[in-house]
Ligand binder design. Structure first.
Ligand code: ADP
Ligand code: MG
Length: 250
């Protein structure tokens, strides 16, 4: 479910840490409702790319737009950050807050929403990820898969224009990965715009509109899942997919 409205545009993005040039000119765009998956070897700059989009890291060069607003030169960073959801590998929940409070906190503290309205909205989002019964539990009482679904509910509650996922299932035991991917699949089908770094090739194949293969700070190849898996053009893509299959394939 996509349309032609561009939600995110990244243009010639560059980022170095000291002498280490991590992003060497990355460009792509995301249309409304699109799900794109980023794959690539570790250390390739995938997390740095997401961190630049979320303005946790400032790029050395290049530009990023969220809809019509250039965020790389924006003054009101906090407002824009509210419009970009982020789901972390290690969940990033507050351990001293219940699931419900974890989802509410951005609404009351950042969006300055009334507590009762925030609670209603937070419950709705917990329902959406199948956790209404767990609302009053603390992270320590939840499984990894449930924690990550709280993380997703928290991102959703802010009603972002796009959600960025950085290896959302990498910290999970294998039997808990499916429940998180299934929530993400539903989200994608409901029209959310999603940029997902993952090694889950089943998800990439069946849910994504496009796969981006990154290596050494470059986008090496970008195409539909069918193209990427059946007919990878670049030998590096071929090699990487082969290795992934050896590591994660059945
Ligand atoms: P990936 O997510 O693809 O594994 P990262 O974006 O995490 O890759 O890292 C890319 C490179 O950038 C690595 O060499 C990493 O050590 C380096 N790097 C990432 N963040 C920082 C940082 N805050 N300071 C210095 N180097 C960093
Ligand atoms: Mg990473």
């Amino acid at each position: 479910m996509t349309n032609d409205k561009v939600v995110l545009r990244v243009e010639n993005l560059k980022k170095s840490f000291g002498d280490n040039e991590v992003l060497k000119g990355v460009s792509f765009e995301m249309k409304e409702g699109e799900t794109k998956v980023i794959i690539g070897p570790s250390g390739t700059g995938k997390s740095t790319l997401l961190a630049c989009i979320n303005m946790l890291v400032s790029p050395n060069d290049g530009r990023i737009w969220l809809e019509n607003e250039e965020i790389t030169s924006a003054k009101n960073i906090n407002k824009i950050r509210q419009e970009i959801g982020f789901v972390f590998q290690d969940f990033g929940l507050f351990n001293h807050l219940t699931a419900l409070r974890n989802v509410m906190v951005g609404l009351t503290k950042v969006k300055k929403m009334e507590k009762s309205a925030a609670k209603d909205l937070a419950m709705e989002e917990l329902k959406r990820v199948g956790l209404e019964k767990e609302a009053e539990l603390y992270p320590a009482q939840l499984s990894g898969g449930q924690k990550q679904r709280v993380g997703i509910a928290r991102a959703l509650a802010m009603q972002p224009k796009i959600i960025l996922f950085d290896e959302p299932t990498s910290a999970l035991d294998p039997e808990l990965i499916g429940e998180v991917l299934s929530v993400m699949k539903n989200l994608a089908e409901s029209g959310m715009t999603m940029l997902v770094v993952t090694h889950e090739m089943g998800f990439a194949r069946t849910v994504s509109d496009e796969i981006i293969f990154m290596e050494h700070g470059h986008i090496v190849e970008q195409s539909s899942p069918e193209e990427m898996f059946k007919n990878p053009k670049n030998p590096r893509t071929k090699e990487f997919l082969f290795k992934l299959n050896e590591l994660y394939g059945e």
